[in-house]
Write a protein that binds this ligand. Sequence first.
Ligand code: HEM
Length: 119
Amino acid sequence: MKQVGFAAFIAFWSCVGTLLMLFWLVPVTPSDAAEEKTGYTLAEVALHNTTEDCWMVIESRVYDFSKYIPKHPAPAIVMANWCGKEATEGMKTKGYGNNHSQTAWDMMAGYQIGVLKED
Ligand code: HEM
């Protein structure tokens, strides 16, 4: 019985050791914030102008909404019209004159990749 207990003790600490080694060995992926870039140009943003690869500039910040478009409540074409462009107007009007809710504005932070270069 004592041997089983000892074996369990060894097995337990081996698992803990393995996990600690894994955490130590696997590189920590940098957060989105760390990848943020200052100095995108409108020309660079304009290259990302499709539903699958959709960047926008809103109030001088640059966003990659490629992953958000399928989740957006309106049909994809509504946002797609603004891909690759300065889209503050789109955000403030939804295309028909109504501003987005504060919730929508707050959601954007999760998609920011940088800011626009200042002239
Ligand atoms: C810039 C181009 C965009 C256009 C033209 C646009 C347009 C629209 C339209 C037509 C609706 C549905 C109708 C309505 O609620 O009145 C809508 C709803 C919504 N959109 Fe957008 N949208 C844009 C970008 C975004 C972005 C970037 C986000 C967030 C990351 C967003 C989040 C939402 C949310 C949460 C709703 C639900 C209603 C609300 O909270 O205001 N949209 N949008």
